[in-house]
Design a binder for this molecule. Sequence first.
Ligand SMILES: [Zn+2]
Length: 142
Amino acid sequence: MNHISRDDLERYAKGELEERQRDECETHLYSCDQCMSTYMSVLEVIGSSLPDIKEESLFTDQIMQKINEDKIDKVAKRPFYEQTFFHYMLAATLTIILMTSGVFQSLTGYIDEVQRTRLSEETPSITNKILETTFIRINNED
Ligand SMILES: [Zn+2]
């Protein structure tokens, strides 16, 4: 099995790979611990562009902002959003032990609602109401 070069992992992290290369990269990362750990260190270097995960409310706010941006302009921003969000989730997984508060679970619930909204576009009024309620609840937990 050929490993992925650090350069390619960096380009992957920055979303600079072509779709086919990106797919190959993802497939390889899922099955190769060595490249995954290299990718983690690449992410640490690039990490300055990611939110400080210890600042939980900031972290949550920035994800909410990404989600809301995506809701507003799904067609144009979806690929960027999914790419970025994958990295957010990866970063979250790295420090999942630290995430002992309810923030993460609330966030997961919120994301579930967003995904459900995508699946049921015909009834936006009800799901939007649920989303608003969930969003207010999360904000009030600070
Ligand atoms: Zn590898």
